[in-house]
Ligand binder design. Structure first.
Ligand code: R5P
Length: 332
């Protein structure tokens, strides 16, 4: 059987271009039993004058396995629409297998109805499936149960927190870890935080938020556990407006925490309804460093440290294209 080269595809402009190039370099220079060939190709993704999205596949993709590395720094609506149109264009162009690499899954916080609201994460899954994708690679989903919306195609929810982020913290912040506890900034982060605690061998301290029964407004925050004189590592999956993280940091400091670091996979880092940015809040908070991945492409900036994931994603693609295990990556 003759295997055609695997195509690594990204938009010709934008942040994913450099990311895709680094993934490609990892694959092209892979030593460990890598017998597939990989080629890096660009896709034209642009806008018509009226702002409709315009996609064009510039080269032959017929019968090639294609990995489209999407840019999660796009506005969610553009992200979704351009993804669907790229898949459609690849399908029309006769790609053998369409793989979507979506390091950050937009709409993952809209995963259940809350009153008269859509299940946007399920709608997105339906759209992606019907646009021709046969596999989706994403990372640290806000709710792992979202994978169920992708029934019928292959789906990988890669664990970046428990691999690249934990490795980074162990390597760079050994002294901090000697006297540290992990802290979930809210109840939703408890499970993920205990996963970090287990892997870093740290105990957990939690924050109880006492809310007004009618308005849901936070009336008081209490620390459950011993924080005085300890270093705190706040763990979350997403930092959006930064409110959850910074509120936790302030109360931890007030109750006597020593150094405060925070870690999360996805740095959405947007403005809140008052126009205040997550970055401004983090810079003004007691957090000494926020460690996030490049699942949404960014550069180091002030207290915000970006950890690269291109080698990890490259390794995953290598394993898929060689029919090797991905879960073994978590056992190394
Ligand atoms: C929510 O459940 C997530 O895990 C994060 O805690 C949340 O998205 C953070 O949002 P923000 O940064 O706007 O407080």
């Amino acid at each position: 059987m003759v295997y055609k080269p695997v195509l690594i595809l990204a938009a010709h402009t934008g942040a994913a271009k450099d990311f895709a190039n680094r993934i490609y370099q990892k694959l092209a220079n892979h030593k460990n039993g890598c017998w597939r060939k990989y080629l890096l190709k660009e896709i034209n993704i642009d806008f018509h004058p009226d702002k409709e999205i315009k996609v064009e596949i510039l080269e032959n993709v017929r019968e090639h396995e294609c990995y489209f590395i999407h840019d999660s720094s796009l506005y969610p609506q553009d992200w979704k629409e351009s993804l669907l149109q790229v898949n459609d264009a690849l399908m029309i162009s006769d790609a053998a297998v369409i793989n979507n690499v979506l390091p950050y899954m937009c709409y993952s916080r809209q995963d259940r109805p809350t009153g008269r609201t859509p299940i946007s994460a399920a709608l997105l899954a339906e759209n992606i499936k019907s646009s021709g994708a046969k596999r989706v690679l994403t990372t640290d989903l806000h709710n792992p149960a979202i994978s169920g919306f992708y029934r019928g195609i292959s789906f990988e929810n890669l664990k970046l927190g428990y691999t690249v982020l934990i490795d980074y913290i162990k390597e760079k912040h050994g002294d901090f870890l000697k006297n540290a506890v992990v802290v979930p900034p809210d109840e939703g982060a408890a499970r993920r935080t205990s996963g970090y605690g287990k892997r870093l061998n740290l105990s957990s301290v939690s924050i109880e938020k006492i809310r007004d029964g009618k308005t849901n407004e936070i009336l008081e925050m209490k620390i459950i556990g011993d924080i005085k004189g300890k270093n705190a590592l706040i763990v979350d999956d997403i930092v959006s407006t930064g409110g959850t993280l910074c509120d936790a940091a302030h109360i931890l400091k007030e109750k006597g925490a020593n150094s405060i670091y925070a870690v999360a996979t996805h740095g959405v880092l947007c403005k809140d309804k008052y126009g205040k940015s997550a970055k401004e809040k983090i810079e003004a908070s007691p957090i000494e460093q926020l460690i996030i991945t490049e699942s949404i492409p960014r550069k180091d900036d002030g207290k915000i440290k970006i950890v690269s994931i291109s080698d990890f994603i490259g390794e995953v693609i290598k394993r898929i294209t060689h029919a090797e295990s991905i879960s073994e990556l978590y056992e190394i």
